[in-house]
Design a protein around this ligand. Sequence first.
Ligand SMILES: Nc1ncnc2c1ncn2[C@@H]1O[C@H](COP(=O)(O)OS(=O)(=O)O)[C@@H](OP(=O)(O)O)[C@H]1O
Length: 382
Amino acid sequence: MGCSGCRVRFNFGKVLSKVSVFFTMVLIFTYFFYCLTGFCDSAPRTLYSQQALDGDYDILDDRRRILGDLRPPARLLHDAPSHRNRTASADAEQMDAPGQLPQRVSDSANKSAQSNGIPVSNTFGTKRFPQAIIIGVKKGGTRALLEFLRIHPDVRAVGAEPHFFDRFYDKGLEWYRNLMPRTLDGQITMEKTPSYFVTKEAPGRVCTMNCQTKLIVVVRDPVTRAVSDYTQTLSKNPGLPSFQSLALKNSSTGLIDTTWSAVRIGLYAKHLENWLQHFPLSHFLFVSGERLVSDPAGEMGRVQDFLGLKRVVSDKHFYFNQTKGFPCLKKPEGSSRPRCLGKSKGRPHPQIPSEVLQRLRDFYRPFNHRFYQMSGQDFGWD
Ligand SMILES: Nc1ncnc2c1ncn2[C@@H]1O[C@H](COP(=O)(O)OS(=O)(=O)O)[C@@H](OP(=O)(O)O)[C@H]1O
């Protein structure tokens, strides 16, 4: 009796140790499974620099970037049209419904990351240097262009402006490459930082990275661009002096103050000259900021051709939103509402005296004509 009790206790001890070994194995296996599917490194990383992410993005930018990384490479999702997934997530990250606050990005990004029930990781693909960069111009329509391009399944882009070739060059190329989303073979990595176009050192630096980089410049009538630029500064600093007092050196002579950045940025010919020291004209595509508004699909056709992409983004993706006064993205499948750019894009401009605008128009005319000659395109601003 006593002996059989010993045996039972002994057997119980053996079973117990087997069970604990089994559970330990299950735990180890689960851990490795999670790591293999990428969850181990999908936890939010330390912000590399909040400063790096300014421009037309707010503090959510870095989260957007991280969540952007969580997006599945389009081709890995089974035969559902890949652009559908991308549209939904890109919209959710970048665009606001008209008149509404930016929507919470995390929900939609998570939703997109789990689309089709496939656990999605950020470990697919490779972080590559961008093969194409939207280098300018500030207030030209660069955000709209990037967001329209992100619908394309073969384009992956950093949401925020990295400002690597102007402000953060000393962080090194590896730092820059690390900001990029992962891409699969055949996908294009892109970024946009409009200040590159007017940065003296930027062309040489981009060429050091890769002299084959394709360069996209969204240009807009420099007079309207200057007013748009001023409107942005005014929105942040309501005490700003009037447009005319900044644009004119002296109101009686009507001389234009070219030291004011809102004026200087519009000297496209001058900035392009600097870029042409390092890149041939064939590496550039000049997108009309005006046509991007009046005919977004047409302009997107040119952009996709230039990038060697299939023409996926077409007129079926756009509708004109009367309230916003701009083209917006149609309701993507799987999403409940259409998307327009946020409130800081397409805002009303203050009234500027017509003689000041005329003075600026006269000032820009020769520079515009020179730019038309250099680019081989007449943008019709005069
Ligand atoms: N679809 C659509 N929706 C809203 N806004 C649009 C669109 N397409 C072009 N634009 C024009 O883009 C202007 C802002 O340009 P950027 O995005 O280059 O500005 S920034 O340099 O990144 O701050 C912005 O300038 P403002 O009108 O002065 O706000 C718009 O005119």
